[in-house]
Design a protein around this ligand. Sequence first.
Ligand SMILES: [Zn+2]
Length: 461
Amino acid sequence: MNDEHFMQLALDQAQLAQVHGEVPVGAVLVHEGRVVAQAHNAPIALMDPSAHAEIQALRLAAKVLGNYRLDDCTLYVSLEPCAMCVGAILHARLKRVVWAAAEPKTGAAGSVIDLFANTQLNHQTQHSGGVLANQASQLMQDFFKNQRAMHKHHSPAPLREDALRTPEACFADIPDYPWPPHYINDLPSLGGLRIHYLDEGPKDAEVTWLCLHGNPAWSYLYRKMIPVFLQAGHRVVAPDMLGFGKSDKPKKDSTHSFTWHRQVLLEFVEALDLQNIHMVVQDWGGILGLTLPMSARQRYRGLLVMNTTLATAEKPLSPGFLAWRQMCADKPSFDVGRLFGRGNPQMSQAERAAYNAPFPDAGHRAALRAFPPMVPEFANSDGAEVSRQAQDFWQHEWQGKSFMAIGAQDPVLGVEVMQALREHIRHCPEALVLPEAGHFVQEHGEQIAQAALAALRAHTL
Ligand SMILES: [Zn+2]
């Protein structure tokens, strides 16, 4: 019996792995010319990251031979072993390892690292690669080609080349966010980019709460308010802006602009044909959102406004905002979760992590870099003119009801800025001030939602 013979058995195992949807790697353990264990890759089926073919074969062989040391054994494996498996092989004191194809990304027998070459380890295992290598690598290539084709087939919207999509796994452990995702990618302004949004409650509800988040948040910010609105029998729609949350993230900072984001929101409301909207805004949710109703006034009938502004560029940007903008420029990879936690010591570790979830690396953070400099600073800045028109609208033409809540600890868009904004909102009653709340006032959202529900309802009677 030669190496090719046993390697063929390992390849048969690899094929078996593929049948089960696992990466096709197989292993066979041979003792004194006799096969004592055959196994294949099974991390998915066993929900075990260590269930590589080699480990599975070693475990089985040790049981069969009644010894955790496998001194006189040879392991045949269809792919160059990884660091974990070489470690296990050395622990088992195998005599020899033979693999088929090299693994340029994780191979620990020479491709990425050569753990066998370390002479300080007291056990030395003989090793050689390349046996039936062509067959093994063909198997791997076919597998990944298939996977890509399948993924494409199942993917509801192809990802644009100039954008990123945060992997779904990043959102696996988000607390208090049970709502299923909804997506839209066929708005003219999206050019194929995909927006994620929540859409809960009856489509024909008497009121739709349209919840708009700001930078660097996502619809998760509204998790404490959404249940209150749903409890009232209303509908809630909460989109993630492009570059945030579960929405697609353009790679380039320069893709983002005030006009573009505003246009996307206008088209989004039209596409969903939202009626009887109570708009809920804070931060950029308001900087952009407050410019929407004048362009579709029949759709809007209520406003819940929190810690935001209309960026009309009539006054210089505040020192507090300039400090924030500078911080974002100086520390472009600042910890988003920590930012939320700073104003909200009651937040759990998992809640903070949920705010970091959309941004697994710097590539996903273009919007975080783009938004602070996007606040209109000068009279002719993008968005300034439309913000002045909006201010006029709110002051003289707004027919709906309003409710204002202010997190008093906000150093940028706190009580002073909000009282000034209130002057420009027709019939806006005295604000609800939350002395302990900061900029992300929605973290105290349950009480605000209750108060807004009562206030806007009372006003409509
Ligand atoms: Zn391995």
